[in-house]
Design a protein around this ligand. Structure first.
Ligand code: DAH
Length: 347
């Protein structure tokens, strides 16, 4: 009996150590095999259990000693199986942890950063200069009617600005606004003086070459109150030029013509490229045109219901692309519309 027990135990431990050696080979069935082994030796019909049940066949006086041997063997095998089970489980857990390990020292993902377009930067900057002087920002529709885009601004029917060549017409008698000036009209229709507004936005003209794009940006300005004169216009626009291009930039007013202002002027600044010496950008004149402006034409006031006897005011308009090109020394307008990140990154 003793020999039989030893023989069964030896076989059991041999099988167990074989199972253990499988651990290192990532044998998925290891736990199942351990269970099989337990059933084979310790289960209800297991070899050691069967042996224990057969004790009755032994002579009565031999039974306690034999029982002890079998029970001890069972206990040893039981705890060996448990130990193996634990170490298999620990090993599996370790493998899971290893596989999920994060190396925090690895470089992270590069997330490309966008940035504000230079046109929008300049647009914001221009508006900020005027809001700091008490102007309010107003917006108007890009699809505009004939009345606000032309008529109410004293642009008569036969005026070249109404030519099919310049204006994009939209079905239903509408146009894509050709300038931001109609916002003046809309503000005056809504509000009584005093009025101080700037209107930034997109404008459209049927024109496309080296220096023109079908869409570009303008900022319109309007100031109306009692006793406003050309001196106010000059002071405000000089302050604007100085804060955008530097306080030493020379400014001059040159007589001009716009249907919506009388008198009208164009505002030139000393060429920011050559400093006034004369270059290709200023066409050797030393001056660059930067704004259109003037005193609001009394006819425009009448269209909007303001009394020209009581109120005077000035208006101005400037192109943002032009300001941006001069400010940053950009010589090709198309760069603004290509959205090449290498260009945009520089601002
Ligand atoms: N609307 C003009 C344009 O698009 C710019 C302009 C000139 C606006 C003189 C004004 C102004 O308000 O007084 O070219």
């Amino acid at each position: 009996m003793k020999d039989e027990v030893r023989e069964i135990c030896d076989r059991a431990f041999e099988e167990l150590s074989y199972l253990k050696s499988l651990e290192n080979r990532k044998d998925q069935k290891n736990q199942k095999n351990l269970q099989d082994l337990r059933v084979k030796y310790l289960g209800k019909k297991g070899l050691l259990t069967v042996l224990l049940k057969s004790l009755g066949k032994l002579p009565r006086e031999d039974r306690p000693a034999a029982g002890k041997i079998i029970n001890e063997a069972k206990a040893r095998l039981e705890s060996a199986i448990e130990d193996t089970g634990r170490s298999v489980k620990a090993l599996q857990e370790k493998r899971v942890i290893e596989s999920r390990r994060i190396d925090v020292t690895l470089p992270g993902f590069f997330i490309p950063q966008g940035r504000q377009h230079p046109i929008n930067q300049v647009l914001d900057e221009v508006c900020e200069v005027f809001t700091s002087m008490g102007f309010r920002v107003e917006e108007g529709p890009e699809v505009e009617d004939n009345y606000h885009n032309f008529e109410a601004l004293n642009i008569p029917n036969e005026h070249p600005a109404r030519d099919m060549q310049d204006t994009f017409y939209v079905a239903g008698g509408f146009v894509l606004r050709t300038h931001t000036s109609p916002v003046q009209v809309r503000v005056m229709e809504r509000e009584k003086p005093p009025v101080r507004v700037v209107a930034p936005g997109k404008v459209y003209r049927c024109d496309s070459d080296q220096t023109h794009t079908p869409m570009f940006h303008q900022v319109e300005g309007l100031l109306v109150d009692r006793n406003i004169s050309m001196a106010d216009l000059k002071g405000v626009l000089e302050a604007f030029v100085h804060s955008i291009f530097g306080s030493k930039t020379p400014v001059r007013l040159r007589p001009s013509y716009f249907p919506f202002t009388e008198p009208s002027a164009e505002i030139d600044i000393g060429c920011v490229i050559c400093g006034g010496a004369g270059c290709g950008v200023c066409k050797k004149t030393g001056w660059i045109e930067i704004l259109g402006a003037g005193m609001v034409n009394p006819k425009v006031f009448e269209f909007s219901g303001y009394d020209p006897e009581e109120y005077t005011g000035f208006a101005f308009g400037l192109g943002i692309e032009r300001v941006a090109m001069l400010k940053y020394g950009i010589d090709d307008l198309r760069l603004f519309f290509e959205n090449d990140i290498r260009f945009l990154e520089q601002f």
